[in-house]
Structure formats: C-alpha cells, structure tokens
Design a protein around this ligand. Structure first.
Ligand code: NAD
Length: 371
C-alpha cells in the first residue's frame, strides 16, 4: 500500500511510468522545486516502491537545501534487477528517460543500481543528467573522492567546535570504498591517525596508526583491509569489531543502521561524522548526544557528492567543484554547530530546521509555493 504524507513542502508531482512492451515500470517523485530544478538519483532494484521514492525525494529536498544548492529534491525508482543483461538495462533506462523527457523539473543522477554509464544513456536521450562519464564532461566524483573531501572539512569544523586538533586525532573508518578510503586519505594527509579501518571482510586496527597508503594499495589490488601486513600493535577482527575500537572520531562509510540502540554504548569516541546515509538510528543518535558525543549528520557531512554533481551540471571544472565542496561544507557545518551551541539541540534537528527554513524562504519568493 502506498502511503505518502503531503505537507507544506510537497510532494509536488508523482508520476508512475509503465510500458509493457519492454517491461518498464518506474516512479518519479518531484518533491519540491522552489530552489531550482530537482536533482536526485535513479534507484534500480526489484523491490523499490513509490513510498520509498517519496522518502528519498524528501531527503534530497533537505540535503540540497542544506548544501545550499540552487536545486530542489526529487528521486526516481525503476523496478528491476540492476544485474540484468546490459542491453536490457540500457533499453529500460533509455525508455524511462524518454517517458520523463518533459519533466524538466527533474535532473537524473546515479544511485543504487545505476552508474555513470546509465547517466550517459539518459543524457543521450534527453540531455538532463549528472554523474556523467568523463568523456561527456562528467566529474568522476567517486574516483576523486568528492564525498571524502567534504567529510574532511566537516570533521575539521567539528574539531574546532570541540576545541581539539585534527592533527593527531585518532580516527576509525568503517567501510573502505568510494567514501571511506578517500576520507581516510584526506584525514591522514592532515595529520590524523587512522587507528582502524573496516570493510565487509573485517577490521584491522593499530593504536599507533595504520599506513593509509598500504590500505589503499590493498584495496586497489582487490584485497581487503584485513590483509594488512602484521606488525607491532596490528590486530584484526570481524567487520563489526570496529565499533569497539577506542578513537576520537568514528566515521561510518558503509551501510545504514550500523549503530543502533543495542550497540551504541560500545562506541568509544567523542565524535561521529557520517559518510554513509542513515548509519545510525535516531534513538542511537540521541543516546550519543546525551553522552556528549558530537554527531555530524549524514545529509550535512556527506553532501560532497551532490555538490560535485551540481557543479558538473553547471559545467564547472573538477578544481572548482572541490573548492565549492570545501566552502559549502565549512560554512554549513559551522552554521549547524552555531545553532547546536545556542540551543543545545541534536545537530540533526538543527540541520533539518536550517534546510527546511531555506526551502520555505525560497517558496515565499515564488508565485506558486511548490514550483
Ligand atoms: P562502496 O560500495 O564504494 O563502499 C562500501 C564499503 O563498505 C566497502 O568497502 C564495503 O566492503 C564496506 N562494507 C559493507 N558492509 C560493511 C559492513 N557491514 N561493515 C564494514 N564495512 C562494510 O560505497 P560508497 O560509495 O563508499 O558508499 C558508502 C555509503 O556512503 C553508502 O551508505 C552511500 O549511500 C553513502 N554515500 C555515498 C556517496 C558517494 O559519493 N559515493 C555520497 C553520499 C553518501
């Protein structure tokens, strides 16, 4: 059963697409475009739903506003196994793009089950896509570490707030993929000590610090972080054991809901900077707040990727995109932490209020409130 909550922010449009000749079924939700055309990814999976699409579209409205981008929020879902034969996948993506060609308030982006190649097909059909291959003017945000770069700047501001030095701070990074490995690389370059890293196969830790170059080389060669060479202080454990590693900064960059009410008290850190989307339950986040652990929420801290995509859409260079990520993350995390300092509220609440205020201010300048 589809249940959508309509409120003053949206959703503005919900479009269901169906074309039986190619077994195409999909949904687009354009939540709010008061700040500009919406940007949001196309998620492809067999079990997506209109409800999920709406939740993700609303999250994009807030994320894009929190990043202070001239874009609203939207999202689309396509029913199907993303590992289907490439020809069939291409037909579906091209068909979906054509069906939505006239919805100019939505710019396609990659998400789970879709990638830059898919965005190339969308661009070929309707000209409106971000996250493009380099050959089509795209900025390869995972390759350059756009989200990890944003996490560095979010962490730097959070350290200022806690009056601690980033250089010498002990960092644990859960997930060593596109987000986690670059976050580790950028943080280590600023003098932070990476005391633990985990991927799906396990955790490696060392209180004196791991050599990030060696970890990156292992992943590059298709290995896992637990293949790290043995040495004094180096220990390995299962993937979950990174939760127990004492550190100053804990960076989730893997899966949703890894920190919950039942394991949150195992965390021994002063700060969590979220690279992954919804890595913690709200209850766990509240518990950390009560314990005085500072949590920089996902949709503020991991906005580097979407900022990079928006810059690509404007035709900006890679260097300009990185510069903008640094400026926006620094400014936005400072704004959120100013509110936290004044109101002693959850950083997530402060960030959501700030984003919603920005959307409502834009709506007040429009003839119609939502478009
Ligand atoms: P990825 O697939 O490149 O990497 C994920 C990493 O997590 C891998 O190293 C994998 O082994 C590890 N992992 C998976 N399950 C694990 C577990 N149980 N314990 C420890 N490690 C585990 O993905 P990514 O692009 O780095 O994205 C990571 C998270 O960040 C996702 O939640 C994604 O939605 C979010 N995110 C990504 C971007 C981006 O720019 N790529 C932007 C914003 C948010």
């Amino acid at each position: 059963m589809t249940s959508i909550t309509y409120d003053d922010l949206g959703p503005f449009k919900i479009i269901e697409v169906y074309e039986p000749s190619i077994n195409l079924r999909g949904t687009l939700v354009v939540d709010n475009v008061a700040r500009g055309p919406s940007i949001g990814g196309v998620r492809m999976a067999p079990d997506v739903s209109t409800q999920e699409c709406f939740r993700l579209a609303r999250a994009m409205t807030l994320k894009n506003a929190a990043a202070d981008l001239p874009h609203g929020g939207g999202k689309s879902v396509l029913y199907g196994d993303p590992a289907m034969p490439p020809k069939q996948k291409e037909e579906l993506i091209r068909g979906f793009a054509c069906a939505l060609a006239e919805v100019e308030q939505y710019i396609f982006g990659p998400d789970m089950g879709t990638d830059e190649r898919c965005m190339g097909w969308v661009r070929d059909e309707i000209g409106r896509a971000v996250g493009l291959p380099r050959e089509l003017g795209g900025i390869p945000l995972d390759e350059i570490g756009a989200t990890g770069w944003g996490l560095l700047h979010a962490t730097r501001v959070a350290c200022e707030f806690q009056q601690r030095e980033l250089a010498g701070a002990r960092v644990a990074v859960q997930g060593f993929g596109a987000v986690g490995k670059h976050a580790a690389r950028f943080l280590a370059a600023e003098g932070a000590i990476i005391v633990a890293a985990a991927d799906i196969r396990g955790t490696v830790s060392c209180p004196d610090g791991l050599d990030v170059g060696k970890l990156l080389a292992l992943k590059e060669a298709g290995g896992n972080v637990i293949d790290y060479p043995a040495g004094p202080g180096v220990t390995t454990g299962d993937a979950e054991s990174i939760i127990d590693v004492p550190c100053d900064i804990w960076i989730p960059a893997a899966r949703p809901d890894v920190i919950r009410e039942d394991n949150v008290d195992r965390l021994r850190t002063s700060m969590v900077v979220s690279g992954a989307n919804i890595p913690m339950t709200l209850g766990a986040e509240k518990r950390l707040h009560e314990r005085g652990v500072l949590c920089i929420p996902d949709f503020i801290a991991n906005a580097g990727g979407v900022i990079c995509a928006a810059m690509e859409y404007q035709g900006a260079s890679e260097a300009a995109a990185m510069q903008t990520i640094e400026e926006k993350l620094t400014y936005n995390v400072r704004r959120v932490l100013d509110i936290v300092r004044k109101e002693n509220c959850l950083p997530r609440q402060a960030a959501q209020d700030m984003a919603a205020r920005r959307v409502r201010r834009a709506m007040a300048l429009r003839r119609w409130s939502l478009f």
